[in-house]
Write a protein that binds this ligand. Sequence first.
Ligand SMILES: [Mg+2]
Length: 369
Amino acid sequence: MHITKVEIHTIDLPLHEPFIVSYTSYDSMPAIVLKVHTNTGVIGYGESVPDEHVTGESVASVHAALKHQLIPAVLGQNPMNIQQIHEKMDDALVLNGAAKAAIDIACYDIIGKVSGLSIHTLLGGKQEQPPTIPIVLSILEPEVLAKQAIDAMQAGYKEIKMKLGTDPLKDVERVRTVRKAVGPHIPIKVDANQGWKTVPIARQVMRDLEPYRLSWVEQPLPKGDHSFFKRLKEQTSIPLMADESLVESQDLRTFLLDGSVDFINIKLMKSGGIYPAYKLATQAELFGIKCQIGSMVESSIASSAGFHLAAAHRNIIATEISGPTRFSTDTGNLSYTIPYVNLPDAPGLGITVDDEAIERICSHIEVVS
Ligand SMILES: [Mg+2]
């Protein structure tokens, strides 16, 4: 079996509401869907949702990387040999995790369809509890957030994730207001997305946040200097999670050796797909560091890939994959019974991909063969 051609569909996923984080606001998510064809007629679907602020990739750069380096490297290769697929990709191009993730996901979809097994079965079987998602709150006024948090609890969510990182004083007010609204027992975690700029600012905000019983603070400071985490860890008590600072396995090695983070946020779009992400989760497990599978607001294709991985690895204790709840047009039918995902058991990704919907939101198709 070998890969004969790959279709690159450039799409724009429309959001119900703008998604606001510390560094930008999105009205829609530009993305790429891959259709990987094989000589046996089996087709695998992959998706790439790059984020310039995290891996330095954009839809344009992913498109170029796929067209000129990655797809030529895997054409003629056996998609069932995922290890070799990654070797070929890594030999052709370093980094570029979001571009590689699309090929990785499509290959797992093919392996599952050929073997008749879901991806989580291929990865070792699912944990007893299906993955859950928190409500993810954008950066808004405190009273608006409090109302959204209460509405979310009534809708069935059991956990809150708050985006912070624009204004330290207001961030504390946001958390205080939401904590007061939902009471003491609902888990709340926060993500500053690198927004607290310096160690003294982050230290002060985290000390001010200590009374509000946060599960963890994610990526308080800019990526680039891993020593920020160690300095904060020594001077604050809220557990720390690395996200933007952890892209490659070498980043994880630094954190494992200096013990400066409590949790890591793995994303398929950073790691280069399911195969390297599973390895990261296992490496972290050796050091007692628990993992979350996050996402870049991905549609049903990449989201289901993330959930299959999360279900299959016991060191993955949280998921934040809510893209399909945010889009008005989706690439497939992944669904939730809030707060749980309805993890598909059908072969491969297990979802039904909606080719017509993809066509409606597609601005460009390129075929590489
Ligand atoms: Mg994050």
